[in-house]
Design a protein around this ligand. Structure first.
Ligand code: PLP
Length: 404
């Protein structure tokens, strides 16, 4: 499958010690570490290529443009989109969702129209809709979950009315690890003629994505969670939708002609890319994606699934352990509380033992309310994590539990 020992050598940061302990990095849901090739691609581009893209006739500008547009093609292939016109560069998942919420609601939603989201959304797939709701007078409906952290599909079906305009749900929960049955969710929405946005922030780094096969209308993900740099992300949109949406921001790049009376907009995808794009970030993201593709997304998924199963087993054996998110179809995210230890205390003490986990509400406060808790400790895994690191986590929790 994967040679994790060799893979770890590609990630220099994993060799760090913190507080004199070897770093165990289990905060991959927040951001992933970068392989050396990605960091090298960034410095190489600044040293040897740097020039603004699209507008220049000179050598460097053309070279930078080539790298930027090749990156778009790499991303198109990675998620199996039909055309590079459907790949819009953004700053990340958050901006991608804001773009759709803003442009879609402006064009297609009026007072009394409805958008369906789910109880397990990240704030970035809640707040943009609330902002749109405030502007447009639309209603937000929420798909509930069961106690295992799975969406209730019958309840979802019952939410549709003739005012439903869009469904926007996460592929994988960043708290529960639930892999949602998005293909089924999309199919149901399409039966009602309703398009679907998938938040792929936690799925694109972990499993093969095929937007054509899923038949989603929009798909968003972040570069920095996908082993690429921060500040770059992707919005995939079917051409039929992107064509009909108004631009998001105005400025350079997104125009065809401007006069003081009138502006005509650029073709897709540039209509949505106002201003100088992050052309270094796009190229470095493509390098990250090439790295993932060389490992094989199927292999990554299989390895991470087996590591997650192992981690679930090890953690469940700990006295007082309560795991939030026990869906049958679960990805590499494990949220938990132990006894009555506060999540912040546990996270802080784990850090002192060299173990990086996340604590708090994980930008999903409504989900915390549903679970009746304030926050959790979250371990989120990557293909570069090992069973030894899971053992270290379990041993550390046991030690701290006894201390408490
Ligand atoms: N959606 C989910 C499910 C996430 O986990 C995150 C980040 O944690 C986001 C959206 C937001 O991603 P970003 O901050 O990269 O825009």
């Amino acid at each position: 499958m994967l040679n994790v020992e060799d893979i770890r050598k590609d990630f220099p940061i994993l060799g760090l010690s913190v507080y004199g302990k070897p770093l165990v990095y289990l905060d991959n849901g927040a951001t992933t570490q970068k392989p050396r090739v990605v960091v090298d691609a960034i410095s190489n581009e600044y040293y040897n290529v740097n020039a603004n893209v699209h507008r220049g006739v000179h050598f460097l500008s053309q070279k930078a443009t080539e790298l930027h547009e090749q990156a778009r093609e790499t991303i198109r292939a990675f998620i199996h989109a039909k055309s590079t016109s459907e790949i819009v560069f953004t700053r990340g998942t958050t901006e991608s969702v804001n773009l759709v919420a803003s442009c879609f609601s402006e064009e297609f939603m009026n007072e009394g129209d409805e958008v369906i989201i789910s109880a397990m959304e990240h704030h970035s797939n809640i707040v943009p809709w609330q902002m749109a709701a405030n502007r447009r007078g639309i209603r937000i409906k929420v798909i509930p979950i069961n106690d295992k952290g799975e969406l209730l599909i019958d309840e979802y079906k019952a939410l549709f009315t003739d005012r439903t305009r869009l469904v926007s749900v996460t592929h994988v929960s960043n708290v529960l690890g639930t892999i949602n049955p998005v293909k089924e969710i999309i199919g149901i929405a399409h039966e009602h003629g309703v398009p679907v946005l998938i938040d792929g922030a936690q799925s694109a780094p972990h499993m093969p994505i095929d937007v054509e096969e899923l038949d989603c209308d929009f798909f968003a993900f972040s570069g920095h969670k996908t082993y690429g740099p921060t500040g770059i992300g992707v919005l995939y949109g079917k051409e039929v939708w992107l064509d009909r949406l108004p631009p998001y921001q105005g400025g350079g790049e997104m125009i065809q002609h401007v006069s003081f009376e009138k502006t005509t907009y650029n073709e897709l995808p540039y209509k949505f890319e106002a201003g100088t794009p992050d052309y270094v970030g796009s190229h470095a993201l493509a390098v990250a994606i090439d790295y993932l593709s060389a490992l094989g997304m199927d292999n990554i998924q299989e390895y991470e699934r087996s590591l997650t199963d192992y981690a679930m087993q090890q953690l469940q054996e700990i006295e007082g352990m309560r795991i939030y998110g026990t869906a049958d179809n679960k990805d590499a995210v494990i949220s938990f509380l132990v006894g009555d230890i506060h999540h912040l205390d546990l996270g802080t003490l784990l850090d002192r033992l060299g173990i990086a986990v996340r604590t708090g509400h994980h930008c999903a406060e409504p989900l915390m309310h549903r679970l009746g808790i304030e926050g959790t400790v979250r371990a989120s895994l990557s293909f570069y994590n090992t069973r030894e690191e899971i053992d270290a986590l379990a041993a550390a929790i046991n030690r701290l539990r006894q201390m408490f």
